[in-house]
Design a protein around this ligand. Structure first.
Ligand code: ADP
Ligand code: MG
Length: 258
């Protein structure tokens, strides 16, 4: 079975470009043991096609919660989230899985690779799950690995790779279904500065190629690669800047990739 081309992927150069992501009035409260945690207290965010947005803010301010809601991995209590003209909020689990396969690629701090599979199989898996023939999925996976500079590692186990290579592999896997939106939650958070640099260079290259990216980071060097920095605090967006990155960070959680 073939899947139809992703809708909502805007062509560069068209006039009225629909945003890739719209978040409106989103709230999320977690029921914790002692008291409810209001993780998101009314978030609005619009992301244009081909933009590279860094979300920054102190630990616990709601960054991962926001990313998870956008990815349809968790459900908002209130508000609306639209990805590539498709509403994420109010969908069934099946609908969300389909929407994710079609529009979302996601990368986590700790890679979440399948260690019993080869590098190639890890990257091919999402396309196989989406219904592609294994041969076609693996052919695209090979292209992706080449593009991401780890083509020679196709047959090895993920455990044999360096941290930076492991995250590049996770990014290759996230790109397997040509997602409209690539989400990354502290993708350099577990890497040394060389590994972090590899990942930042890769994300910049993908952005230059037109990939829309929203990433969470504590690292000003990583944020500097993004064209737009959005700051969160206590479950809200409190400000933003274009081409930010030199502002000093608070909270001591920065990872030195300088
Ligand atoms: P960040 O990614 O900015 O560090 P998170 O979005 O992970 O912050 O968390 C925001 C707040 O919500 C924190 O206080 C966190 O402890 C809480 N939280 C996140 N996920 C859960 C959960 N599944 N259950 C209870 N509380 C949660
Ligand atoms: Mg987080």
């Amino acid at each position: 079975m073939t899947t139809e081309p992703a809708s909502g992927r805007s062509q560069p150069g068209t006039d009225a470009v629909a945003p890739v992501l719209v978040v409106r009035g989103v709230r999320k409260t977690f029921e914790a043991e002692n008291a409810p945690v209001r993780a998101l207290r009314g978030v609005d965010l619009t992301v244009a096609p081909a933009s590279f947005v860094a979300l920054m803010g102190p630990s616990g301010c709601g960054k991962s919660t926001l990313l998870n809601l956008v990815a349809g991995l968790d459900v908002a209590d209130e508000g609306t989230i639209i990805v590539a003209d498709e509403e994420v909020t109010g969908r069934s689990e099946d609908d969300l899985a389909r929407l994710r396969r079609r529009h979302i690629g996601i990368v986590f701090q700790f890679f979440n690779l399948l260690e019993s599979m080869t590098v190639l199989e890890n990257v091919a898996l999402p396309a196989v799950i989406a219904g592609r023939k294994r041969r076609i999925a693996e052919s695209r996976a090979r292209d992706l690995l080449d593009l991401l500079g780890i083509g020679d590692k196709a047959g090895t186990a993920p455990g044999m790779l360096s941290g930076g290579q492991r995250q590049r592999l996770a990014i290759a896997r996230a790109l397997a279904n040509e997602p409209t939106l690539l989400l990354a939650d502290e993708p350099t958070g577990a890497l040394d500065s060389d590994g972090g640099q590899e990942v930042v260079e890769l994300l910049s290259r993908l952005h230059t190629g037109g990939q829309t990216i929203v990433l969470v980071t504590h690292d000003a060097t990583v944020a500097a690669a993004a064209g737009r920095v959005v700051r969160m605090r206590d479950g809200r967006i409190v400000g933003e800047s274009a081409d930010d990155g030199d502002e000093s960070l608070h909270g001591g959680a920065a990872v030195g990739a300088r």
